[in-house]
Design a protein around this ligand. Structure first.
Ligand code: UD1
Length: 421
């Protein structure tokens, strides 16, 4: 189905919305449900295309999965396959996260090679290097598949060359039934890693250190894990995206159900741009300035630095700021594809490799633009909200991967936006 979002810009966003559960937390946790061979009740799951694909993979390997509202129930007692088909790997790169839990529980796993994607080559060398160190025999990229086998995974000391989120998660999951202790050094510190640790603790795994640079997992080769009920944390990137929507339209928006600590880098940049932001326990109120101020320089970094997943949104806001800003993308190689579309809306942005120099213009103008990836697509919607006239964003399947009913939430805040199929 080919859909577009049609936005008539210029409305100041006003009102209140609740932020959904985190995409990047729910995906590894759904993969981790394979571990206990029992019942997993996962609450606060966002309604996203990526989540549907995870459910399909779970069913494909033999799990019984049901859904009640935002709760997903996975019974993994009936898993009868250790193969994740290639088609899923192509559709969703995060399916690589099944490697750790399937290998840990069954001693073997076959998975379609995820390959590259639109935002860069996205290698998985760190995942595979760590699993090899734990005793896995790997035949990589044989006819599009990765074959992994380990009679007995062995806990060990793993030094990551880069704090990769996915590699940290995969190792945490692989280590659960390994013999002996695993230490992950230079681990990613993202909140989603902490949520995964909390899920594993709920299963009865002895694990600590998530949120710091060293994660320690006590492997328990023959341990029976428990059934679990777990609530997914709220999505810090979705929260940040709606904050930028308020900032760009001079709006007045309250976000409910957030974790303030998780969005502090975004809050700090938006305050620098002139937004007034009041943070309470699980709630935040933002009012945007008449026109945002430029920000000297922002560098995307692993958490707790400024998130690469907010780069496109902040650049889009700076495109209408007073003055010149610089944004440096240090995490991914090719994450400025949306800029070409912003130029068609009248933005003045110069790219030099991983650096964007953004000269703020007074107004963007509505145009027909295409989403090329998830966050870049969301950024084009933000541009449309602030632009003069009508913007049509096509290829919104990318946006649906990561935002639950984006047009309904924005319409609830007074945006003039509709989906056209
Ligand atoms: C996760 C997030 C994604 C986010 C990213 C960085 C999920 C489902 N996705 O992706 O939204 O943008 O973290 O915060 O949680 N790298 C290697 N070798 C590897 C693995 C990664 O070189 O084996 C490199 C990547 O190419 C990239 C950098 O490390 O340049 C960060 O990637 P990583 O942290 O692994 O991102 P993901 O887990 O794929």
């Amino acid at each position: 189905m080919v859909s577009s979002l049609v936005i008539t810009g210029g409305q100041k966003l006003k009102g209140e919305i609740r932020v959904e559960g985190s995409k990047n937390a729910v995906l590894p946790i759904l993969a981790a449900t394979v571990l206990n061979g029992g019942l997993n009740v996962i609450k606060n799951c966002p309604g996203l295309k990526d989540v549907e694909i995870m459910i399909e993979i779970l069913r494909e390997i033999g799990c019984v999965v049901s859904k009640e509202g935002s709760t997903i129930i996975v019974d993994s007692s009936s898993v009868n396959s250790t193969i994740v088909p290639e088609a899923y790997a192509i559709e969703m790169r995060s399916s690589i996260i099944f490697l750790g839990p399937i290998l840990s529980r069954f001693g073997k796993a076959t998975i379609g090679h995820p390959g590259g994607c639109d935002i860069g080559p996205r290698p998985i060398d760190l995942h595979l290097k760590a699993l090899k160190k734990m005793g896995t025999k790997i035949q990589d990229a044989q006819r599009g598949f990765i074959y992994c086998e380990a009679d007995k995974l062995k806990g060990c000391d793993i030094q990551l060359d880069y704090p990769s989120v996915g590699a940290t998660e995969n190792i945490m999951l692989a280590a659960v039934f390994a013999e002996g202790d695993t230490y992950i050094r230079n681990a990613a510190k993202e909140p989603e890693i902490v949520d995964l640790q909390n899920f594993l603790i709920g299963l009865g795994v002895n694990i600590s250190g998530a949120g710091t640079s060293v994660v320690h997992i006590e492997g328990a080769a023959n341990k029976k894990l428990k059934n679990i009920e777990h609530v997914i944390i709220s999505d810090r990137i979705t929260a940040g995206t709606y904050m930028v929507a308020a900032a760009m339209t001079g709006g007045d928006v309250t976000l409910k159900g957030i974790v303030p600590e998780h969005i502090s880098a975004t809050v700090s940049s938006l305050r620098e741009a002139g937004c007034r932001i009041n943070v309470k326990r699980n709630e935040l109120h933002i009012s945007g300035p008449a026109r945002p101020k430029a920000i000297d320089i922002i560098r995307t970094l692993p958490y707790p630095g400024f998130p690469t997943d907010m780069q496109a949104q902040i650049v889009t806001m700076l495109a209408i700021a007073r003055g010149t800003s610089i944004v440096v993308e240090t995490v991914f190689e090719n994450r400025f594809m949306y800029v070409e579309e912003l130029l068609r809306m009248g933005a003045n942005i110069k790219l030099e490799g991983r650096i964007a120099v953004i000269k703020g213009v007074k107004k963007l103008t509505g145009a027909q633009v295409a989403a090329r990836d998830l966050r870049g697509g969301a950024a084009l919607v933000l541009a449309g909200l602030a632009a003069e006239g009508v913007t049509t964003v096509s290829s919104i399947k990318h946006i649906d991967r990561g935002y639950e009913n984006i047009e309904e939430k924005l319409a609830q805040l007074g945006a003039l936006i509709r989906r056209e199929v």
